[in-house]
Design a protein around this ligand. Structure first.
Ligand code: ADP
Length: 295
């Protein structure tokens, strides 16, 4: 059983040839609403990979909230601890141009109300095998979740995104830190992932730095770091690759797979997701991961 404490967002995406300058109006080509948020995406990845998953967080009492909740439920995520708050759901307003560049405004809205654990959340965390955390809700709640997990001996996996410096108390309540290369650099000032991982080991017992198409680097105290490669595939859309990796890694670890196998399993899942467009809708189901992993 995996608990996820984090964000749910509706991504509102406008596709245009060239993004407007300040004061300019342009006609775009297409508009899409895509359910997202790093918390919800990791929950979907873990549920599709075969785990029982509960999402802790909040949506607004608007139509986006209804759709965000049903998207999670459709992938098998339990939403009893996903609160509905007065007001708007979290949104991300994204302009994507023909070069693939983007400009994004994030409005936390309901996600911003998740600044503490609600009654019952701690009991859910205590009963979980792992707690997945990211940084798209207030830090106070991330810290409260990590400390609740720590108090009950539940493994915490923290994706430090969006990148920002972190309080020592949060790092010290984290069992496995899972940054991408950019986040690892933000946290340590080191551009080399191996050097960044070693620096992070001073605060956290285990670190996995994801390396995009190059796979991932695992470092633990007292052991030589290892690099686990990713399958070579043609990437179509890498949105949500890191969240697929996080959710499926947690599933593999809670099933007792040794770390190198778990990393290869997560890499197989993430490789499947980058070959299809979209974030959570591109995430693979367990049977697909097994086929990719053994091949
Ligand atoms: P994020 O999506 O958070 O920026 P990464 O880019 O490091 O994180 O990607 C996370 C994981 O997704 C990688 O460790 C890798 O397993 C997989 N991945 C990402 N891009 C590719 C790719 N082009 N080919 C194969 N796997 C990929």
């Amino acid at each position: 059983h995996i608990a996820v404490l984090g964000s749910t967002n509706m991504d509102l995406v406008a596709f245009v040839a060239k993004a407007p300058q300040h004061g300019e109006t342009v006609t775009g080509r297409e508009f899409r609403t895509i359910p997202g948020g790093k918390g919800a995406n990791q929950a979907v990845a873990a549920a599709r990979a075969g785990a029982t998953v509960s999402m802790i967080g909040a949506v607004g009492n608007d139509s986006f909230g209804t759709r965000l909740r049903s998207t999670l439920e459709h992938s098998g995520v339990e939403t009893d601890h996903l609160r509905t708050t007065e007001g708007s759901s979290g949104t991300a307003h994204i302009v994507v141009d023909d070069e693939g560049g983007n400009a994004i405004v994030v409005i936390p809205a309901a996600n911003g109300t998740v600044d503490h654990l609600a009654p019952g959340d701690e009991g859910l965390i205590a009963s979980a095998d792992a707690l997945l955390l990211q940084l798209e809700i207030p830090l106070a709640a991330v810290l409260a979740g990590a400390e609740a997990a720590r108090a009950h001996g539940v493994r915490t996996v923290l994706t430090p995104a969006p990148a920002q410096p972190l309080p020592l108390e949060l790092l010290n309540a984290t069992d496995l830190l899972l940054p991408n290369e950019h986040e690892a650099t933000t946290l340590t000032g080191r551009t080399d992932p191996g050097a960044a991982a070693l620096a992070l080991l001073e605060e956290v017992p285990e670190v996995v730095v994801t390396l995009g198409a190059a796979g991932s680097l695992y470092a633990a105290r007292g052991a030589e770091p290892i690099v686990v490669p990713a399958p070579q595939v043609t990437a179509v859309d890498t949105t949500g690759a890191g969240d697929t990796f996080a959710g499926t890694l947690a599933v593999a670890l809670t099933e007792g797979r040794p770390m190198p196998d778990a990393l290869a399993w997560a890499a197989a899942a993430a490789a499947l997701s980058v070959q299809r467009a979209g974030a959570s809708e591109s995430m693979p189901y367990r049977s697909e991961i097994e086929a990719q992993y053994t091949s």
